[in-house]
Ligand binder design. Structure first.
Ligand SMILES: Cc1ncc(COP(=O)(O)O)c(C=O)c1O
Length: 400
């Protein structure tokens, strides 16, 4: 579930390398930094593992979404199709660049339904953001196919899916750009942090400039003399984050292996519950096993089972009731309560579209998420804790 469970001497060593130089900035200080470039090294190793030409470290997954959308030139007057089931940052990032997030339905994978993209398209649609929720892939091949046919850009939100893949190719590498989060709760963590990947040199350059006040990062001249091809902002990753990221990223295969083993054990226990079925994962081999998703026959049974598990001190999340992961629950979005009194970008005169964030247009999400629970899978699951979970699940199942 979270990389902090795997913290050890490797993280301390990488952080100490930085502390010994005293240089926390990823750029400049060439004489003082003694060859230590942790963010750069993290990016290089990340891009190589992802199979993309470029990776860019940034301050968070949310920043990664905003920087990537900016690089893609998504802005005022554009619409971006996003799934109804995601963390709110996906929608916030679209609004941050002045565009409008358009809600679409999910399929059995619980991720964006490729068939609903066409239904939600309008003349304003510029991009689509498939989100790989809870460590498992969307039907990303079909999503990319539909998007390409309709001339839409694809930005993969793989914030929750670092290390995941679909038919052997890493998530994040299918779209024009992909992003990841390393926040405190993610599979690997740098406290806060994020990464953008892309194969396209032009998009990488725009992201690189924008995330650092427009600097063109010319290695031949002093930073103060660099050119500024565009106006940007500051979303730079710092060297301490880079150091943590490197150590954590090198542990990713073992974190995922441990989660897979623990998930299999919990799946066996839950498999005994009458009427319970598991989330459909388009490519189970590409799942990072950070979560175990399962369905009960109906909403009433789901809420009852959740509460029986709760009595056994077992957490199972009903995301549909959560205030942060299901669009129809976001009253502030529905009221266009952006952080400016003008309600921009919903009031942008160049956009005359319509938004609908009601359950009416996402029947699949409404039905499916109402009978879906998720259990977070720990990296470390000692035998006695596993036994307690197995007993608790069996007890809850008997009382159903
Ligand atoms: C799907 C999704 N997108 C984006 C983000 C934003 O990442 P961060 O917390 O690093 O800003 C998250 C974080 O939970 C997420 O789950």
């Amino acid at each position: 579930m979270a990389g902090y469970e795997a913290f050890g001497k490797e993280e301390i060593k990488e952080v100490m390398d930085v502390m010994e130089t005293g240089i926390l900035m990823r750029y400049g200080f060439d004489a003082e930094r003694k060859g230590v470039f942790k963010v750069r090294q993290f990016e290089e190793e990340f891009a190589a593992a992802c199979g993309t030409a470029h990776a860019l470290g940034v301050t968070s997954g949310s920043a990664a979404l905003k920087v990537a959308l900016t690089a893609l030139d998504v802005g005022p007057g554009d619409e971006v199709i996003c799934p109804a089931f995601t963390f709110i940052a996906t929608y916030e990032a679209v609004l941050e660049v002045g565009a409008i997030p358009i809600m679409a339905d999910i399929d059995a994978s619980l991720n964006l339904d490729p068939d609903d993209i066409i239904n939600k398209m309008t003349p304003y649609t510029k991009a689509v953001i498939p989100v790989h929720m809870c460590g498992a892939p969307a039907n990303i091949d079909r999503i990319v196919e539909v998007a390409r046919k309709s001339h839409l850009l694809v930005l993969e939100d793989a914030a929750q899916a670092v290390g995941a893949s679909f038919r052997g190719k890493k998530l994040g590498a299918f779209g024009d750009m992909g992003i990841f989060s390393f926040d405190f709760n993610k599979t690997i963590t740098t406290g806060e942090g994020g990464m953008i990947v892309t194969d396209r040199e032009d998009l990488y350059k725009r992201a690189d400039w924008y995330h650092d006040h427009g600097h063109d990062h010319n290695p031949k001249i002093h930073r103060a003399q660099e050119d500024h091809p565009l106006l940007g902002f500051n979303y730079r990753m710092n060297e301490l984050q880079g150091a943590l990221g490197l150590a954590q990223f090198r542990k990713l295969p073992e974190i995922i292996a441990a989660q897979r083993q623990n998930k299999a054990a919990l799946k066996d226990a839950l498999g005994q519950v009458p009427g319970l079925t598991f989330r459909n994962i388009p490519d189970p081999d590409g799942d990072t096993a950070t979560f175990l998703g399962f369905h009960l026959p109906d909403a009433a049974a789901t809420e009852r089972f959740q509460s029986l598990l709760g009595e056994e001190k077992i957490d199972a999340v009903l995301f549909k009731k959560n205030k942060w992961h299901y669009v129809p629950n976001w009253e502030h979005l529905i009221a266009w309560s952006t952080a400016n009194s003008k309600k921009y970008p919903f009031t942008y005169p160049g956009w005359r579209g319509k938004v609908d964030y009601s359950i009416r247009i996402i029947p699949r999400a409404e039905e499916l998420l109402g009978r879906t629970l998720f259990m977070a899978i720990p990296v470390k699951l000692p035998a006695e804790r596993l036994e307690r979970l197995q007993e608790g699940i069996a007890k809850a199942a008997r009382r159903m």
